[in-house]
Design a binder for this molecule. Structure first.
Ligand SMILES: Nc1ncnc2c1ncn2[C@@H]1O[C@H](COP(=O)(O)OP(=O)(O)OP(=O)(O)O)[C@@H](O)[C@H]1O
Length: 322
């Protein structure tokens, strides 16, 4: 178990209201350093509000939080110097070039000029922006602007980065580039706190996911844990020999039959223990399938089960390219 100084972000009972509208109604968080945490929720769930509170842009109406070991209320300046924030309130200035944006950041961090220039050039190169460096940022594509935004954040070498909906509105290719960038940040030991409306994104990137609904965390866990909490998982057995299929279907009378595909489906959460007992049972029933696949529910199923409705957001297209 990580000790307290290895906890990058912790929060207890965070609350926030605007007028008589309660946006956050008691949020608890505990994010180990060096991990990726995804706060998942539909539009208006309060994700940005959580990021704004933790990055000290707005004050909480109640509760406590520590970021990088500093109390957000008592020591906001120390919090700010340990973190980077990018997202819906981007720092990119469209009127100046990508390079000028980077050098401005270097100045804000009081870096000596030569060091600032070196770091700016390195980061522009790393984020594939060297060629566009001398062009006004307003001419950049959405993906390039996001990359510049992250590059600017990294000038200060933050150990914790908040990414508010880093891929909303990006095309699939830019989205994959952004995922790769996030993975590289984590490989460098940075803690990533991201918000997303996309179940697939949380599944791809996050060590732990919290589902925000109605101002409360409806569920928290690894993507696998969350998927195990909802029904829908099954083991599928496929046969090539019709006679073997019919024998198995008779022996496994609780399985759902797909006579056309010669396949049987047995409900299972897919845990190691369940699979082992299922395999033992198949052996003792003399059933030998040609193919066995385990299907776990995806985060869509989780979202549906937890919030009582489908994700209210457009689904990002699923692709096979990874
Ligand atoms: N300054 C404000 N004054 C009044 N209401 C606000 C303010 N900021 C946010 N809200 C309200 O709080 C709720 C949560 O907003 P928030 O931006 O945190 O949601 P979100 O989950 O990030 O959604 P989105 O994906 O749309 O950004 C919304 O209903 C929003 O209208």
């Amino acid at each position: 178990m990580p000790t307290s100084h290895q906890i990058a972000v912790s929060a207890t009972g965070l609350r926030k209201s605007y007028g008589d509208k309660t946006v956050l109604d008691g949020i608890d968080l505990r994010i180990p350093a060096g991990s990726v945490f995804a706060l998942l929720g539909p539009n208006g769930a309060g994700k940005t509000t959580v990021v704004k509170i933790l990055s000290t842009l707005v004050s909480a109406g109640g509760g406590q939080a520590h970021v990088a070991g500093h109390d957000i209320a008592a020591d906001p300046q120390a919090v700010r110097s340990a973190i980077g924030v990018t997202g819906q309130f981007s720092a990119v200035d469209g009127l100046i070039t990508g390079e000028e944006n980077m050098l401005l950041m270097a100045d804000l961090h009081h870096l000596p000029k030569p060091e600032g220039r070196r770091i700016a050039a390195d980061l522009l190169e790393r984020f594939d922006l060297s060629e566009a460096a001398k062009k006004p940022a307003s001419t950049y594509s959405g993906g390039m602007k996001r990359r510049l935004d992250i590059a600017m954040t990294l000038v200060g070498n933050p150990r914790i980065i908040f990414l508010d909906e880093p891929t909303t509105g990006l095309d699939p290719r830019s989205r994959h580039t952004m995922w790769q960038i996030i993975r590289e940040l984590v490989a460098d030991g940075v803690t990533v706190f991201l918000t997303t409306q996309y179940l697939e994104e949380a599944d791809e990137l996050a060590d732990r996911v919290a589902v925000l609904n109605d101002g409360k965390i409806a569920a928290e866990g690894t993507p696998e844990e969350l998927k195990r909490r909802v029904p829908g998982g099954h083991v599928r057995l496929r046969f090539t020999d019709p006679a073997a299929y019919h024998r198995a279907a008779t022996a496994l009378n609780e399985a759902t039959r797909d006579d056309e595909a010669l396949a049987l489906q047995i409900p299972s959460a897919g845990s190691q223990r369940e699979l082992r007992s299922l395999l033992d049972w198949l052996d003792s029933a003399g059933v030998e399938a040609d193919e066995l696949t385990v299907h776990t529910p995806d985060l869509d199923d989780v979202f549906f089960a937890l919030t009582g409705g489908p994700a209210t957001v457009p689904h990002q297209p699923k692709e096979n390219v990874r």
